[in-house]
Ligand binder design. Structure first.
Ligand SMILES: C[S@@+](CC[C@H](N)C(=O)[O-])C[C@H]1O[C@@H](n2cnc3c(N)ncnc32)[C@H](O)[C@@H]1O
Length: 510
């Protein structure tokens, strides 16, 4: 059941989910990007503060990547207002950017005054340090490191930035048993280790950790250590953010360390638009993380449509492997093969297929007016990049949530494109049978299934970024082969109008 809750004062005037520090010079933007500086607007900080639900007489709060202290201040503000107040609050705020330290201290000073008025004893420690470098030795228990402080509360909007595989940050994290390619996941993993049993964490992070192969170790570690209680997703991405942050949907989660896995989790969503209507539903934990899912994807069934799509997809029980199919990512990375790319086909070339060649349910090639090359030289050096001609189902690898569909599939038909070999560019995934094509009927049925609204709605629950990974496609349940073939016989074009396609898919498969 979906309950629509309007939280007064919470998330009112919510947009955007995250704010760039301040519009400024190119240097400033570089620093903002380098430090992942997107500050939490007050309504969002207050909403996050409202999610803590364990009373403690003594609160030991950690705010890692504290910026100007918006999150700590929101939480302290809440404690000062509630009838049952903590007796003592100590805040440890860690922030690497010296420019944030003065406003951070000022914010914590005003927290002190507020606590004094409310009769709460308050202390604060500001660390102008790299949180990773400071926390890793404690977590590792190094001989000369300070003993890990025991926090019972943590609030977090960590920096979002990729960490290179050879960087010192990556190696530091690895030395503490944390394997991740993004700083935000490293922050969360460290914070969970610094929390005592029963400690609560509320964080706002990109949604990308919910699926995808890169975050699998992080998901496993997180779900093993923390008991998820609440997930909140913002339906729209902020127009005010730029760069990577805007490509990401943000999620807020509340979790408790070491507590038993909950039976039910509250999943909520809000548009991000002013007004702040929050739609809430309570769902079984196994709807969030399926017990049979080795990848441990985190699903966000935020409304009834998601729920229906999830139930429908659960009724399908065939894996890709059982269908005898596999899915791969296009082997031609165009910027690495520049010297072999050709605008138009020639005698020595093979077709090179990009998403721009999708036209309805089939590939149309070559394209006259396109900035993308239509062909790749076919020789010894490129042979490994090409696949033998055949019927392949292609799926775009990058689609935004604002697009009509996140999963966009199309059939490569070699009868329309006579060539012995073909190159699929890296912005595509392709379904294949042992390196070769599929029977046409199966391919049409599969493409139609993938293009259906049910698959799309289901997909959006666990994938909130722009990539459609091969792992995501592997993780889906599929109809049986005979069902896909029956669908394929009815479909003339898997790019047919959506309503017609959905009606057909529903009739044949569900
Ligand atoms: C996304 S901002 C959030 C700031 C603040 N928590 C808020 O919610 O408004 C992340 C903050 O982490 C800081 N930061 C980035 N790398 C850091 C590091 N290695 N150690 C500590 N702080 C870091 C950035 O300077 C930035 O202020």
């Amino acid at each position: 059941m979906t309950i629509t809750v309007i939280h007064p004062n919470v998330l009112a005037g919510e947009a955007p989910a995250l704010l760039p520090v301040a519009p400024a010079s190119a240097d400033h933007l570089d620093k903002q990007h380098e430090l992942g500086q997107f500050l939490t607007p007050q309504p969002v900080a207050e909403f996050m503060a409202s999610l803590f639900d364990i009373h403690r007489d003594e609160v030991r709060l950690l705010d890692a990547g504290a910026g100007a202290g918006a999150l700590s201040a929101a939480l302290v503000g809440r404690w000062c207002r509630v009838p049952r107040k903590p007796k003592r609050v100590s805040v440890t705020a860690c922030e690497i950017d010296p420019a944030q330290i003065v406003p951070l201290r000022a914010r914590l000073d005003s927290c002190r005054r507020e606590c004094e008025r409310a009769g709460i004893s308050f202390s604060a420690t500001v660390l102008n340090e790299d949180f990773i470098a400071a926390a890793v030795p404690m977590v590792r228990g190094d001989l000369f490191a300070l003993p890990a402080p025991c926090f019972n509360t943590a609030i977090l909007n960590p920096p979002y930035r990729k960490i290179r595989s050879d960087s010192s940050t990556r190696l530091l994290l690895r030395s503490a048993g944390i394997e991740t390619s993004n700083l935000y996941a490293g922050f969360v993993a460290l914070v969970t280790r610094l929390l005592e049993r029963g400690g609560e964490l509320v964080a706002i992070t990109p949604r990308s950790f919910c699926n995808g192969p890169y975050f699998q170790p992080f998901r496993r570690d997180f779900l093993k250590t923390m008991s998820l209680r609440r997930l909140h997703v913002f339906e729209s991405r902020s127009a005010a953010c730029s760069g990577d942050a805007v490509l990401q949907e943000n999620i807020i989660f509340h979790a408790v360390k070491g507590a038993p896995r909950p039976e039910r989790v509250v999943v909520s969503s809000s548009s991000g638009a002013p007004g702040g209507v929050v739609t809430e539903r309570t769902v079984d934990f196994h709807e969030i993380v399926s017990p049979d899912d080795t990848e441990q994807f985190i699903h966000l069934p935020a409304d009834d449509r998601h729920e229906q799509a999830r139930r429908a997809m659960q009724r399908l029980s065939t894996s890709l492997l059982e269908l005898g199919l596999s899915v791969s990512t296009g082997r031609v990375v165009d910027f690495r093969a520049k010297e072999f790319l050709r605008e138009q086909p020639g005698l020595d070339t093979a077709p090179l297929i990009y998403p721009c060649h999708f036209n309805g349910g089939f590939v149309h090639w070559p394209k006259e007016k396109t900035r993308k090359p239509n062909a790749i030289v076919s020789n010894e050096q490129t042979r490994e990049l090409l696949v033998p001609a055949g019927v392949y189902v292609l799926v775009k690898r990058f689609t935004a949530k604002e697009e009509r569909r996140r999963v966009v599939a199309c059939v490569y038909d070699p009868r329309q494109i006579p060539a012995p070999l073909v190159g699929f560019e890296n912005h595509l995934n392709y379904f294949q049978v042992n390196g070769h094509g599929l029977p046409m009927t199966l391919a049409k049925g599969l493409a139609a299934f993938l293009n259906s609204t049910i698959v799309d709605v289901y997909f959006r629950q666990f994938n909130g970024h722009t990539q459609v990974n091969a792992t995501d496609l592997r993780s889906l349940n599929y109809p049986a082969k005979a069902e896909l073939e029956a669908l394929g016989r009815k479909v003339s074009d898997p790019g047919m109008p959506q309503e017609e396609l959905d009606a057909l898919v529903e009739k044949e498969l569900f």
